[in-house]
Ligand binder design. Sequence first.
Ligand code: SF4
Length: 333
Amino acid sequence: MLDTISKMKETGQFSSTSSRRFQDAILGWYDANKRDLPWRANRNPYRVWVSEIMLQQTRVAVVIGYFERFMEQFPDVHTLARARESAVLAAWSGLGYYRRARGLHATAKVIVNQFEGTFPKSARELQNLPGIGRYTAAAIASIAFDEPCAVVDGNVERVLGRLTNAADMNARKAWTIAQHLISHKRPGDFNQAMMELGATVCTPAKPVCGECPVSTLCKTKAPIETAKPELRIKKEITYALHITKGRVCLVKRPAAGRLMPGMWELPLAAANANQESLFTLRHSITNTDYKVHVVRQKNLPDNDFQWFSFAKAERLPLTGVARKVLRKAGLIE
Ligand code: SF4
């Protein structure tokens, strides 16, 4: 068996017997251990698609609530295509990487206008849609339509690198090996099992090899690299919270800006103004941890601003930190 795995390292080949053993082991483990996640309730391609886009660069625990609320508001691709962009951005508010929301909305319109709201079934056709790359196309095709096409994300690449003890594992090799290993009976479950194994057992820093269903096939059984602690940047920022007659003052970020274009936020507090501290909170964006000060001050912002009722503000595409501040101030849910 180990010889076969060594061969796999070089060629991506796995004998049919060992492939079946691998599939049985990982699918059995997945059936017994898979996390109960809302997008796994059924195999609707729309739900698979939305979840895969939300999960890009975002942790599962964060995505769960957003996914459930998004599905309540936009239960199918027709509803999403008909929605205003500001409503989609408002539902995404706080999840970050807002280009994903705009892309999702634009692609929903294409699916409705060019495909009458029916998702193409093959990975090849799905990849022709704007904003759907190889990974997302393979995830939808395998999970929703049982097409045996492998999915490789960072987790899967790491698992395959360790299984084969290949320090030179890269995405191209990983796609070849994963495609060779995939179960043709249960391709969607196989792909999810591989990602789940990487996320929960064969983790970057501390793989739990004692609980690994494929440990007998693994050449490494230990990390071959130690994850370096991420360097985080610390910053402080001060926002002004102006409230009058049940309305809050907000400013719009530039439409042509690189970060969060067109979204609404609180005005930055003027320097040296007479200020009364209200509260502070913490907020993180990618690798930066902010200490956010919220103050009351007399001077209104110099730049353009608008007043919104609290109810209206809640429905706006707010930046994540603005939503957090308004929630903490008790102005919105
Ligand atoms: Fe990862 Fe350990 Fe399983 Fe190998 S035995 S795949 S290193 S968890």
